[in-house]
Design a protein around this ligand. Structure first.
Ligand SMILES: Cc1ncc(C[n+]2csc(CCOP(=O)(O)OP(=O)(O)O)c2C)c(N)n1
Ligand code: SF4
Length: 287
């Protein structure tokens, strides 16, 4: 059985010291070990951003795709090879700005993959512009007098899209995040895990301390029922989305694979049976 070391490669992350993404990487590695995965059974599909660098830092199959497009690649990969555990990763710019349409439709499509969205309320890689998750009044080079656009609520959007699994974690809570990722991968459908992963370089407002003061674990809310969509929405509104834990799970809606019959007919496997010369021919179209 694989151990943590098996998922490590020799690439040193070039994230800034203290970046929240280090903890997300560690939690993800711990989770896949806990799930009994081997590196060849895991594919990480990432967008563009600091968080998008994930696929290069873990020893497994990796795809570093284009900005906002991790989910189309990840869904295609899963349908082509359903035996792979597919985890897509990206930032709030990647998934909630340019890629928002893909995020919404991937959620409602419910293909059995996991999406880890690292939310630092800013564009990190491009040096600190506002994102759709930036707070009102947030000052950056692109909003020198303060952000005047209302932030998108990831959780409300996911509920509206018909999500079957919504979890929310925080980089400072490694064990809780690991457990959440384990539950997300086990969920038989699309699982969204939004992680508050602070950018220590370009966001001096939404810091570790800021999140620590505000976040409420749903386990501390008496009678919290992760299966009651209306009640979950009320909690999300009441706490302005600043909740952690397994927020919502619906096990009654079947996955895309089940509904379409693809899983049963094993049609997806046929993609793998391309003869090498046919595959080379196909590749040539892209040169
Ligand atoms: C089509 C396209 N538009 C814009 C960019 C520039 N760009 C690269 S990363 C990024 C945003 C990064 O922010 P986020 O997705 O939140 O990730 P973070 O770096 O904060 O982890 C942008 C706008 C790009 N690479 N491609
Ligand atoms: S710029 Fe921000 S998000 Fe990017 S590596 Fe540095 S701390 Fe992390």
């Amino acid at each position: 059985m694989a151990v943590l070391q098996d998922f490590k490669n020799n690439v040193k992350p070039n994230w800034c010291p203290g970046c929240g993404d280090y903890a997300v990487q560690m939690a993800l590695q711990k989770a896949v070990v806990q799930l009994g995965m081997e590196p060849h059974e895991l594919a990480l599909v990432c967008g563009i951003g600091c968080s998008g660098r994930f696929s290069g830092y873990i020893y497994a199959y990796g795809m570093h795709t284009t900005h906002g497009r991790a989910l189309p690649f990840a869904q295609g990969l899963k349908l082509a090879n359903p035996k792979l555990n597919v985890i897509a990763c990206g930032g709030d710019g990647d998934g909630m700005a340019i890629g928002l349409g893909h995020t919404f439709h991937a959620i409602r499509r419910n293909i059995n993959i996991t999406y880890v969205l690292m939310d630092n309320h800013v564009y990190g890689l491009t040096k600190g512009q506002t994102s759709p998750r930036s707070d009102l009044g947030f000052k950056t080079k692109t909003t020198p007098t303060g952000n005047i656009e209302t932030p998108v609520s990831t959780l409300e959007m996911a509920l509206a899209a018909g999500a079957t699994f919504i979890g929310q974690g925080f980089s400072l809570q490694l064990q809780e995040l690991t457990d959440l990722l384990v539950a997300a991968v086990r969920h038989p459908g699309f699982s969204l895990v939004n992680v508050f992963s602070p950018c220590v370089t370009f966001n001096k407002v939404n810091t570790y301390e800021w999140f620590k003061d505000k976040l409420v674990d749903v386990k501390d809310i008496g009678g919290y029922d992760a299966g009651d969509k209306g009640a979950v929405l009320n909690h999300v509104l009441e706490h302005e989305g600043l909740l952690t834990g397994l927020l919502y799970e619906n096990l009654t809606k079947p996955s895309y694979e089940k509904i379409s019959g693809l899983a049963k007919n094993n049609q997806m496997q046929s993609v793998k049976k391309l003869a090498p010369d046919v595959f080379s021919e196909l590749l040539e179209d892209f040169y």
